[in-house]
Design a protein around this ligand. Sequence first.
Ligand code: FEO
Length: 393
Amino acid sequence: MAELKPNVLAVGVNDWDRRLFDELIPLPDGTSYNAYLIKGSEKTALLDTVDPSKTTELVENLLRAGAEKVDYVISHHAEQDHSGAIPDILMFYPDAKVVTNPKCKDMLIDHLGIEDEKFITVEDGQSLSLGDKTLKFIYTPWVHWPETMATYLAEDKILFPCDFFGSHLASSSLFVDDEPAVYEAAKRYYAEIMMPFRSPIKKNLEKIADLEIDMIAPGHGPVYDRPQFIIDAYKDWVGDNVKNEVVVAYVSMHNSTRKMVEHFTGALIDLGISVKQINLVNVDIGKLAIGLVDAATIVIGSPTVLIGAHPLAAQAAILANVLRPKARFATIIGSYGWGGRMVEQLTGMLSNLKVELIEPVVVKGCPGDEDFAYLDDLAQEILAKHHQAGIAD
Ligand code: FEO
């Protein structure tokens, strides 16, 4: 079995074929459900389990790892991709106790029907001795559920934070061997799952700042044996700084909106602003989410369908609204045939965002020279806003 350090083994399972999470989030590289076995001189602990679809593989890995007994199953997070196999593990190891916080205990009872007497609850900062190894539990709420916590293995200086710092990436390598690829996967994971919780994540980063960490062993993706790499990335993503960048997410039915977007994107680029132009037809919404992590301005381009926004533009607006990126400005561009409420609908869908709404540019029918001039003005206005906010040089 893959060993992080002596008697600390990775017993989780890759899911190479999974292509969607929550029936929503694309997984272009599959994922892994990481579980770790820690064999102390007196007690053995299993840190998290796997998605229930992979229970058999987890049990096989535990047997290969020589886990004749498991005394404790540490549950960091009640979501079933980590906890779903706990009931079967408790049948396989009937003397094992589930160690978790009270909130997670309640959720595990609600979701999985685990009996009350199977639990040991721990407080924030409490330790549990395995003999020559000591587990310290650190509450890290809201990454990305309220009950989430981490374990710090003091003697080996390993942090086990479950989803926090994770990446949806199936890999044959135990450790990160391709930092750019893992950075992209971790940023996608942050964008899709963690971004709405920027503030609690900042606090949790401060909470672990004083720990001496040799490795971060997350619940998904490879183990970080150079942990500063992912800690620095998270500090950047959750920080308040935005980049001189505009995300233009659009859909076009008869090319009017497309012509507007292409002209507008060109104008922004001419002004030295980075642009991510994203056609929403058959889009990987992870790409849109990644684009939202750093951008100072969000622009949604939509035609008018009947009297409202195109459903794909509405989906992008709803997604941005739930992910709550740190963008400072937003606007709408698009076209209509005979009227409608496209702009009001889309701006209404962005109500969670703390953005200044810039006056939209909406065109009747196909855009002409005057309309392109309005788009040039809009690009200039965005640059001016970026300057005023200290974002552009
Ligand atoms: Fe990987 Fe929130 O579950």
